[in-house]
Ligand binder design. Structure first.
Ligand code: ZN
Length: 277
């Protein structure tokens, strides 16, 4: 799963005595700069910005991964030096070290936040950094812009030995997943979940149980996953938001979403439970 590693200590300013090699998470758009090696892919490592002729548009200190500092940067023009190239985070799953990929997800969200809040959203004044806080501050009107998180509820609905999986138009061919939807202003997670299930497949569920959560940096979601039991109603889809939804037994699962995702973990947990039953 894509997750920030436990030995990562976030900070917006480096400690004064930090020296030595650092990891560089360099983005162009949402793609990460990697070096191709015989063994796979690596990140650039250097104590300072490593590409003198290729200046970054922005740099952010991220914190420490173990005993090594981490920096995020964005480049907006020019192309990578020989031996390096930009790749999507999804494409780097199982190729780049899992801890580094977790920090890269964090870095991508902060780069996008910094890029989107250079000017105050209320009065248009250029914003500033504020001490050691992860905030863009407007000196004219005082507005503070923190990195945004958009909560998404996700639910695995079970009925006996089966789970409900659905297919949305944006999915890769053949892939089915659990239901998910954004929480709207004023809703609790539980209300959002019941509303999404009713809207998307027309059924009711009961016995909600929290499962786990995951940051999903495309661009700034927080996935909050639940298990629930089918209660009543006939499954139907509108053909637009969802193309299909069906009950699947563990031995008959369709193609599933990426192992980076919370959906994958929810479905694997179901398979493991049914196997051990
Ligand atoms: Zn302002």
């Amino acid at each position: 799963m894509l997750i920030l590693p436990d030995d990562f200590q976030p900070a917006s300013l480096p400690a004064a005595d930090i020296e030595g090699p650092a990891w560089w998470f360099v983005f162009a758009g949402s793609e990460l700069l990697v070096r191709l090696t015989f063994a796979g892919v690596e990140l650039p490592v250097a104590s300072r910005w490593p590409f003198a002729k290729w200046p970054p548009a922005r740099c952010l200190y991220l914190g420490m991964l173990g005993d090594r500092p981490c920096h995020a940067a964005e480049v907006v023009e020019g192309s990578p030096p020989p031996g390096l190239r930009f790749e999507s985070l999804r494409g780097l799953w199982a190729r780049l070290d899992e801890s580094l990929l977790g920090v890269a997800g964090h870095a991508l969200q902060l780069i996008e936040w910094d890029r989107a809040h250079q000017f105050c959203g209320r009065c248009g004044t250029p914003t500033e950094r504020l001490g050691d806080q992860r905030v863009r501050y407007c000196p004219a009107c005082g507005l503070e812009a923190y990195p945004r998180l958009s909560p998404v509820v996700m639910v695995r609905i079970s009925r006996g030995r089966e789970i409900l999986l659905a297919r949305a138009p944006r999915f890769a061919p053949g892939v089915y997943s659990v239901l998910a939807g954004f929480v709207e202003a004023g809703e609790t997670l539980e209300q959002a979940l019941h509303r999404e299930v009713a809207e998307e497949v027309g059924i009711r569920v009961r016995n909600l149980h929290y499962f786990a959560s995951q940051s999903w940096p495309f661009p700034h979601s927080l996935m909050v996953a639940f298990n629930a039991e089918y209660a009543e109603g006939e499954v139907r889809v509108d053909g637009q938001e969802l193309l299909d939804a069906r009950w699947f037994a563990p031995e008959n699962l369709p193609a599933l979403p990426s192992p980076m995702s919370m959906a994958w973990r929810l479905i694997q947990d179901f398979v493991a439970r049914e196997r051990d039953r």
